[in-house]
Design a protein around this ligand. Structure first.
Ligand code: HSE
Length: 457
């Protein structure tokens, strides 16, 4: 019997059919970054080595770990493997798959592009990088016949990228709505259960380690917007970038908003919503947006508590599906990274490529003003004759239809006898609703508009 020997064939390796997995030249892995995620990736690589090799159908070998300061003491990694020369590691001949878990945009972009251009497949957990530069990265992967995987970039362990790229590839997706940021879900959920104000709850989330010292990217919705861009691109086969996503965070949500939502049978969630709409010219377009929304307590997304994430998908044939779990953290993110490493390494051995980014539909982006939405408006008005008649006239002039109006009396605003009005509109164009609210703010009947929150249908 001849001993099988691996032969390099382009970027894949072909073997004699009798080769056992262990006879194959190992697929070389370069790990870029050794923080919370990188250290978990390495721990799982080591502890699951044997099962991973069965699933890959060949051995893998860690060739190096690139860090910014190699002199820092580290556990769980052989110091011989640690290097500050990330580019040198990527370009080594025995490195086949590059795992990027550094974070940031410009530096990892340079490294990931260099890896793809050198014929290495890339696995990244970097949502900001993918949401900003997916076109450029996907083009480089295509030109060099290698894979670009990023399951961990959206909701970590929840397999939403694979679900959209593979499982639902035969279906037509109508809408994807997700709770894709754990920090904001933790804060909103805590406000809902304790009745506390936003700033108090944020302080508690920071103390417990749920919110970062600088929580801006989470609470302003930027993290969720990156994920929305990725989800919308995959769901509608059209490129949507971070800058295309309209984004509002949770910093304006008050304890009073939460209480009013509760009274009406809703909870407030920060949603990433990606949908195909018909725009003002009657053409299909993609809308991707992030904003707080009132979610009916009956809806499955309402039950997503604490720092958990969930993605709710509405598809023509599959119907409604919900994917729920850990959307952040070292081990859950590493789980998604390792799944991608298995795919990339298998392709190196067996040939073939991962499903790639397809943007054939090239749908235009909807203007946010054209998106159909519904508003829940909480306002204080003078308690006097004719106010409701004026309100009805303003609605009629703007083409806004009200679904429900609730009035409570005995309020006082700046010494004026006031009534509280809660208006729930029917679906209308976002811009028409925004103009309607602007009219309310200017109206002599209105003392204050306390809150305006969109409803998730
Ligand atoms: N900071 C994010 C969250 C996790 O709170 O969910 C990483 O995207």
């Amino acid at each position: 019997m001849t001993m099988p020997s691996p032969q390099a064939s382009g970027n894949s390796y072909t073997f004699d059919g009798t080769a056992s997995a262990r006879d194959r030249r190992p697929v070389g892995i370069a790990l870029l970054g050794y923080g919370t995620v990188g250290s978990e990736v390495l721990r799982l690589l080591k502890s699951n080595e044997e099962t991973l090799e069965h699933r890959i159908e060949g051995p893998i070998e860690l060739k190096g770990v690139a860090v910014s300061d190699a002199s820092k003491p580290r556990t769980g990694v052989d110091p011989e493997l640690v290097t500050e020369d990330a580019m040198g590691l990527i370009l080594r001949d025995d490195v086949d798959v590059v795992v990027e878990v550094i974070g940031g945009i410009e530096y990892p972009r340079k490294l990931v592009l260099a890896a793809l251009e050198a014929g290495k497949s890339v696995v990244t957990a970097n949502k900001a990088l993918v949401a900003a530069h997916a076109d450029e990265l996907a083009r480089a992967a295509d030109e060099h016949g290698v894979d670009l995987y990023y399951e961990a970039a959206v909701a970590a362990a929840i397999p939403v990228v694979g679900m959209l790229r593979r499982s639902l590839a035969g279906d037509q997706i109508q809408r994807v709505s997700g709770i894709v940021n754990g920090t904001t879900n933790f804060i909103l959920d805590a406000m809902d259960s304790t009745g506390a104000e936003y700033s108090e709850t944020l302080a508690e989330a920071t103390e417990l380690g749920y919110a970062e010292a600088d929580p801006t990217a989470d609470v302003e919705g930027h993290d969720a917007a990156s994920k929305a861009a990725i989800l919308a691109s995959m769901a509608f086969h059209s490129r949507v970038k971070f800058a295309d996503v309209s984004c509002e965070g949770i910093t304006q949500i008050t304890a009073e908003d939460i209480e009013a939502a509760k009274e009406a049978g809703y909870t407030i969630k920060l949603l990433a919503i990606c949908e195909k709409i018909v725009d003002a010219s009657g053409q299909p377009a993609v809308s991707a947006r992030v904003h707080p929304a009132l979610v009916s307590r009956e809806h499955p997304l309402a039950s997503v508590s604490g720092s958990y994430n969930a993605v709710f998908v509405e598809a023509e044939a599959a119907g409604n599906l919900m994917f729920y779990g850990n959307g952040a953290g070292g081990a859950p993110t590493a789980s998604a990274v390792l799944g991608d490493v298995v795919g990339a390494a298998r392709n190196k051995y067996l040939g073939g490529r991962a499903p790639k980014d397809l943007t054939y539909a090239q749908l235009p982006l909807a203007q946010f003003g054209d998106v159909p939405t519904r508003y829940h408006i909480d306002l204080r008005v003078h308690d006097r004759v004719g106010v409701l008649a004026d309100l009805a006239a303003t609605c009629a002039s703007r083409g806004i239809s009200l679904k429900a109006v609730r009035q409570e009396e005995d309020y006082e605003v700046n010494g004026h006898r006031a009534a509280r009005l809660i208006l729930v509109t029917h679906t209308a164009r976002e811009q028409d609703l925004a103009d309607f609210v602007a009219n309310l703010v200017e109206s002599d009947d209105v003392l204050e508009v306390s809150s305006v929150i969109r409803l998730a249908d």
